[in-house]
Every structure is written in C-alpha cells, then in structure tokens.
Write a protein that binds this ligand. Structure first.
Ligand SMILES: [Zn+2]
Length: 118
C-alpha cells in the first residue's frame, strides 16, 4: 500500500490513466508508483522507460499475469509557490482541475494502443 504523510502534496484524480492495466516491459505511460494487480507488489517506473518485466517477481496461477497499474502519478513540474500552477500543461493534462482534459489526451494515437486494458 502506497503511503504518504502530508496530504497537501498529493491530490485525488479521477483520470482514466489510473484505471488502465499495463503489460510488463512496455513503455511506462506516466512516471510514478505502479501496483501489480495480481499480488499487490508496488514499484516505481519512469515515463518512457520499460515497466518491470514479466520475470520481475513470481505469481501463483491464481494471481494471473503481472499487470501494472498507475496508483500515484509523479508531477515533474516545479511549483513556484509550492502549489500546482494551472497554467502548466502537465497540470491541465492531469485532469485534476479540468475534467475536459485527461492524462491520456497527449498520448492519443497509435502509441496509445500499446496500453490496452487486460
Ligand atoms: Zn505481482
């Protein structure tokens, strides 16, 4: 279970990126903390780097294959006043403050099909 202490540094999001299971070894769609939906193991992965591979850890048959789900998104944008700057494209893309946009908006197109939901 991912943990935090200071609630002012994390915020709730309803972005669809948090609902998507990603295959091991595929390009990480967003930097952050990923949870294996088979066993609950967590790991960190960086945008565009490969997600941990299929042999990252062992599963029972009942746990099924490893599939990685983003559970905490790491916002790389600096905040001059310590808070999210709504003018920053990444803040808008996160979909937290503007329901009309989405984390996934900037990856629409062919590349998006690499991250099919299982
Ligand atoms: Zn697992």
């Amino acid at each position: 279970m991912a943990m935090y202490k200071h609630a002012q540094y994390v915020t709730k999001s309803e972005d669809a990126a948090f609902d998507k299971d990603n295959h091991p070894g595929t390009a990480t769609p967003f930097s952050g903390i990923y949870r294996c939906m088979g066993c609950g193991k967590e790991d960190v992965s960086t945008h565009s780097h490969p997600l941990p591979p299929q042999n990252h850890h062992q599963h029972t048959v009942a746990q099924g294959p490893i599939r990685w789900r983003l559970i905490v998104y790491a916002d790389h944008q600096p905040k001059s006043n310590g808070f999210v700057d709504l003018r920053q494209p990444r803040a808008r893309a996160l979909g937290v403050f503007d329901s009309g946009s989405s984390l996934t908006n900037h990856s629409h197109g062919r590349a998006d099909h690499r991250y099919n939901v299982w």
